[in-house]
Design a protein around this ligand. Sequence first.
Ligand code: SF4
Length: 358
Amino acid sequence: MTVASLARSGPQAEGSPAAALLAWYDRHRRRLPWRALPGETADPYRVWLSEIMLQQTTVKAVAPYFAAFLARWPSVEDLAASPVEEVMKAWAGLGYYSRARNLHACAIAVVERHGGRFPADLAGLRALPGVGDYTAAAIASIAFDIPAAVVDGNVERVVTRLEVIDAPLPGAKPAIRARVAALLDPARPGDFAQATMDLGATICTPKKPACALCPVRPFCAAAAAGTQEAYPVKAAKRGGVLRRGAAFVVRRADGALLVRTRPPKGLLGGMTEIPGTDWTAEGPGRDPAPPVALAFTRLPGMVSHVFTHFPLELTVFRAGAPQGLAAPDGYRWIAAAEIEGEAFPTVFRKVIAHALPT
Ligand code: SF4
């Protein structure tokens, strides 16, 4: 941070969360190998390299790799000139190897398209291989002081607590980004981004945040309400109790399929289904009742499907029907040529594929 930028952050910001956060950051910032010291200008190459390495990996795990990469490839030109195999080898152990391939492709793109200088704008950064919205915003803000909203998991936690944002993640991401954009100090966007990340990593932790030490405690609605650990709200994970059922695939000699329409309300409401039992935790038992009296064969294997609130396993039975068989009440035949265009949800398409492989 420079004296000029301090002056710019100025008195109008006093008493704001950003001012409190930046004042704290000036005293307590984490010393990280890729981070510029106060008064230094951040090096885009270092910022980019660290941000790619830090995706899905901890600061502790990244530090030795960052040092090794920098020692071996001190500039983006050096990295671009290296065979990709060497980069992959040096990356080994960091995981997610597509990141290493993209890293190398990005270095080449920076050299070939931009003369070895990282583009100093969001769109230019976003167009580079392996650089998504988050990474582009982080580089823009930290390396070029562009007021971009940088939102990682730490920032999400801090902001949802600060402003008691009740909408669940991941749907709340645009709202969080908008709040970060409104909160940040346009005079020191890079420091603001890093300060928020540091606060989330060291004080506003997922469990037992150290609110007594927190610089934005006076502005924090969750701390005032004592509900810190309720944020961020996360959408219910896929999970729930496994349900089981049986499905009966009945095919007429001309290829027509016996189906019915599900009730208009509820799960898969109004869509077409293959006849079957209810889906329950107990399952259908050994001999579930079929919709028509035919000689059914129980097929080996199972159809698995995951709904938002529960996983499902279906046992599939199959029978051939004589041409003149009338559809029972509530059921209908659909011609073979109509199966493709029928409103089957995925789970029943899986059942059909299981019973009638093409
Ligand atoms: S006061 Fe507590 S909950 Fe609020 S931002 Fe600070 S550490 Fe997080």
